[in-house]
Design a protein around this ligand. Sequence first.
Ligand SMILES: [Zn+2]
Length: 73
Amino acid sequence: MSGLSACAKNRELLSQVVQKLDEITDLSRKQAEARNNGEPDRATELDQRLDLIFAQKERSVGAWQEHVREHGC
Ligand SMILES: [Zn+2]
């Protein structure tokens, strides 16, 4: 899994993983803010969105790993 030999598809899939991680970081921060600001409803809503994004992130990681396995890049 050398970064140097990664093909374009590999980099595309990996960038999707990074994008989801960024969204998770962003939502986590917003959720912490909502908690600190005494907005439990908003915190709960953000929590549910985090669950969704986390599942999407897991799928992105799975797609990337599958590509690496099949393509050997
Ligand atoms: Zn590849």
